[in-house]
Design a protein around this ligand. Structure first.
Ligand code: PEP
Length: 252
């Protein structure tokens, strides 16, 4: 049976006191041998403290972005080595808010994934189309271009060390979720595209769905054949909303 991942993206939310309470409540609600992989992607200033808070739990901690540079005159950036130094093991790359608000190209995102892997971090590479692109019928072309950039940069063996998160931009933070079938159709396309290069990697690559996942729709989404878990924004900010999604992941 496949093991689902439920990952919370806290975005630019949190405080030391609030994070402590949130992590304590999530840990208390998850059994030690929970059959689901849980991760939280936290703002850089809280990485080290969140790693400490999760030390006795099975919750993995990740950053929300990583620099392509190792060190130097890059004010405001955080290197993969710094993220590792904080004890975190993962990082998001190419979240749609970074692609849109910071103009990150697919090539830049692929370079960030490479920098993360080089530091021993697992990159969660976010891909997905805008509403305009979906309505224009270009969803598959858009995600194909985003994946090809990663394969060009890392090779298929490098992609195998990443997690993919399909997040249709129109579903992020909007309350509009892709229907399980809409999400499954794109996930199946992604998997078959990768399987055409390497059948084993295509079969094994973890592909998360993100976009307004909630306790009420998680089970249906995770039941789909090619959806291996979720990347959760808004609903990851309270244990009350996040734990039901983790439980849906356990039962998938
Ligand atoms: C996200 O931030 O990646 C996300 C999917 O947000 P939300 O769950 O709020 O749509």
């Amino acid at each position: 049976m496949r093991r689902v991942m439920v990952a919370g993206n806290w975005k630019m939310h949190g405080s030391f006191a609030g994070n402590r309470q949130l992590v304590e409540e999530i840990s208390a609600g998850l059994s030690a041998d929970a059959a689901v992989d849980v991760a939280v992607f936290v703002p850089a200033p809280y990485l080290a403290a969140t790693v400490e808070l999760t030390a006795n739990s099975a919750i993995a901690v990740g950053a929300q972005d990583v620099s392509v540079h190792e060190q130097g005159a890059f004010t405001g950036e955080t290197s993969g080595a710094m993220i590792t130094d904080c004890g975190a093991t993962m990082t998001l790359v190419g979240h749609s808010e970074r692609r849109t608000l910071h103009g990150e190209s697919s090539e830049a995102v692929a370079r960030k994934a490479e920098a993360a892997l080089g530091c021993g971090l697992t990159p969660v590479v976010c891909i997905g189309e805008t509403l305009e692109q979906r309505e224009a019928g270009t969803t598959e072309a858009v995600v194909a271009e985003q994946i090809d950039a990663v394969i060009d940069q890392l090779g298929i063996a490098g992609l195998a060390r990443c997690v993919l998160a399909y997040e249709p931009v129109w579903a992020i933070g909007t309350g509009v979720t892709a229907s399980p079938q809409q999400a499954q159709d794109v996930h199946a396309f992604i998997r078959s595209k990768i399987a055409a290069v390497d059948a084993t990697i295509g079969g094994q690559l973890r592909i998360l769905y993100g976009g307004s996942v909630k306790g009420s729709n998680a089970s249906e989404l995770f039941a789909m054949a090619d959806i291996d878990g979720g990347l959760i924004g808004g609903a990851s900010l309270s244990a009350e909303n996040f734990l039901p999604i983790c439980r849906a992941g356990e039962q998938a």
